[in-house]
Design a protein around this ligand. Structure first.
Ligand SMILES: [Zn+2]
Length: 211
């Protein structure tokens, strides 16, 4: 039982119920399959942290080549140039396109790094506890999940550039190997965040916890 302000919140688990994570229908504890959508029911997915870490590590491994190898390969009649994510952003800065450079740096460097740190922090906090309250950690988790679906901006930019510039005779742009590894890294971090059973935040210090 929890007291938030003047409201008392009874969790499904305390009421002897287990909620479906897919359709939110609750069933009596011990039910193994959701009768409405067929999803597997588990009050706490204790094996989820293993999946979170495995996908987190896979995402990090993919993120390293995404920064080392070229994202864009630009071919003109005279020259072929390759640019990495950061190198491309620095070039844009030199050409005065500060806004685009900042967007690329935020979308490709700051947000992915932030996501890696946030997921690692949340996963570690389940074992070791945290200074942040369960409610705040849940907000961090929701933010990571929300950002996840918008993280493909780089790959979209490369895809659009490639298709547009391909039409020109004198120049063409191809996606470099980094585009693929970047996309894989985003997919892995999204799946890592989705594997997380965020209900685990609420279990520690159950009697004293506050929102
Ligand atoms: Zn269901």
């Amino acid at each position: 039982m929890e007291i938030t302000g003047n409201r008392r919140i009874l969790t499904a688990r305390e009421a002897g119920l287990v909620a479906c994570r897919r359709c939110a229908r609750v069933w009596p504890m011990g039910t193994t399959e959701c009768g409405r959508c067929g999803a597997r029911l588990q009050s706490r997915d204790t094996g989820s942290l293993g999946r979170v870490w495995a996908l987190w590590i896979a995402g990090l491994i993919c993120y390293i080549p995404a920064n080392i190898y070229p994202m864009l390969v630009t071919q003109t009649l005279l020259d072929t140039s390759k640019s990495t994510i950061v190198g491309g952003a620095v070039d844009l800065l030199h050409h005065g396109a500060v806004g685009v450079a900042v967007i690329i740096l935020v979308a490709s460097v700051l947000i992915p790094m932030g996501k890696f740190l946030a997921i690692a922090y949340l996963a570690l906090s389940v074992h070791r506890g945290s200074n942040l309250s369960s409610g705040r950690r849940h907000h961090v988790y929701e933010m990571v999940e929300f950002i996840g679906r918008w993280s493909m901006i780089d790959v979209f930019v490369v895809a659009i550039l490639s298709s547009l510039v391909q039409l020109s005779v004198v120049a063409s742009i191809h996606p470099g190997p980094a585009a693929l590894t970047f996309a894989l890294s985003v997919v892995c971090t999204m799946l890592s965040a989705q594997s997380f059973d965020s209900r685990m935040f609420w279990d520690e210090d159950a009697p004293q916890r506050k929102l």
